[in-house]
Design a binder for this molecule. Structure first.
Ligand SMILES: Cc1cc2nc3c(=O)[nH]c(=O)nc-3n(C[C@H](O)[C@H](O)[C@H](O)COP(=O)(O)O)c2cc1C
Length: 368
């Protein structure tokens, strides 16, 4: 009885999701979610800007960065030819990210976007990290000739694509380009493409996922950041809109209930098996020291990878379960043979479809 009821609801969700995908994919650009996406994921559309407006535009590019659970845990202060980035601890995720590692990595992602966008505006971004201060990232700009780099061009296209990919390999030449793109002080990367490595990493991801699925705090926190339909996603402008992960949409009153039924250890582990077995590879971001400065650097290194992968026509998404559970992270470190160094982030990549886009909050909510 319970099962039949759920199948019917899932069917309703699929219908809702396919209708939404139709709208989001651009056949109805006037539809409001599609319009919000178009307004969010764009390059600057004004030709001449005052220097304060340029700073605002740079902040806007910063907000297009990846960030944990799409909480957008950042605040920006605009100065005279400078931007500082502060953590917004009201948006921390204590269950999945008890030491704020992901929060600081997210700030690094934003700083990296700002640096690439600045070059397009003829500004070189000198980024410094002050890990004991509230204004943790300070960016001072100096005038240089403008460069619209490939990574800059990719900023509005980048997304975390939580879909199965098509299994196609990435050429050694492109793997090298990706590796070079990630170069960042204090961070090293390892790329794994062999079946043996990928299967072993998968087992650590499944171990981490199993642990998290049994943790009520983790599940509740994730549920709190889910947005089950476009109206709610637009109201908040943050969080994980279900369609962006290829999942159905539901009215709010039904979404939580369906989530409780459908979000099971078995289904989620199967999903990650499928996602890793169809990927071309996995990249690990490893920091020399386990501190705030290096977490920020790991975010910067990831964001470069993400932009370069996007420029190469690759999709990617995080499989951080193996680094979020301390015990599993230790086992993974043994496998990687990296001693006491921390694996910050784990990301799979490959060729595959794109999914509906996530949203961001308006600038007046993040500029202080
Ligand atoms: C530090 C960090 C950790 C993340 N961890 C995960 C993760 O474990 N699983 C996942 O699916 N996405 C993860 N993400 C991706 C975010 O959920 C994603 O960036 C956010 O939802 C916004 O979507 P977008 O990047 O497509 O714009 C992470 C992002 C960052 C920066």
């Amino acid at each position: 009885m319970k099962r039949r009821k759920f199948m019917a609801l899932a069917g309703m969700g699929t219908i809702a999701a396919s209708g939404l995908a139709y709208q989001i994919q651009g056949n109805h650009q006037s539809d409001t979610y599609g319009q919000r996406v178009a307004d969010t994921w764009r390059h600057t559309n004004t030709v001449s800007l005052s220097s304060n407006k340029v700073m605002e535009e740079l902040v806007r590019y910063g907000t297009l960065a990846a960030n944990s659970h799409n909480t957008q845990p950042w605040l920006f202060k605009i100065g005279n030819q400078s931007i500082t980035i502060l953590p917004d601890f009201k948006r921390r995720c204590p269950s999945v990210d008890p030491d704020d590692h992901h929060l600081y990595a997210s700030l690094g992602c934003a700083a990296e976007n700002i640096a690439h966008a600045a070059m397009a505006f003829g500004l070189y971004a000198n980024i410094t990290v002050h890990d004991k201060a509230k204004e943790v990232i300070r960016i001072a700009f100096a005038q240089v000739p403008s460069v619209r780099s490939e990574l800059f061009q990719a900023i509005p296209k980048r997304q975390c694509t939580r879909a199965a990919y098509n299994g196609k390999k990435v050429s050694p030449h492109e793997l090298k380009i990706l590796e070079v793109a990630t170069e960042c002080d204090g961070i090293s990367t390892r790329i794994f493409t062999s079946e043996n490595d990928m299967e072993t990493i998968l087992e650590y991801v499944v171990a981490g996922n199993t642990d998290q699925m049994q943790d009520g705090g983790f599940v509740q926190e994730l549920k709190d950041w889910l947005r089950f339909n476009p109206a709610t996603a637009m109201k908040y402008g943050d969080g994980l809109f279900t369609a962006t992960s290829g999942n159905p949409t539901f009215p709010d009153w039904l979404g939580g209930w369906v989530f409780d039924l459908a979000f099971t250890e078995k289904i989620e582990n199967e999903k990650y098996r499928d996602q890793l077995r169809t990927a071309a590879g996995v990249i690990a971001f490893i920091s020399e020291k386990d501190d705030i400065t290096h977490w920020i650097q790991a975010g910067r290194s990831y964001q470069r990878f993400a932009l370069q992968a996007t420029a190469l026509g690759l999709q990617h998404s995080f499989v951080n379960q193996a680094v979020e559970v301390p015990e599993v992270r230790k086992q993974l470190a043994n496998y990687f043979n990296i001693g006491e160094r921390r694996t910050d982030l784990l990301v799979r990549f490959g060729y595959g479809p794109r999914l509906p886009r996530s949203l961001r909050r308006p600038l007046d909510q993040v500029i202080i």
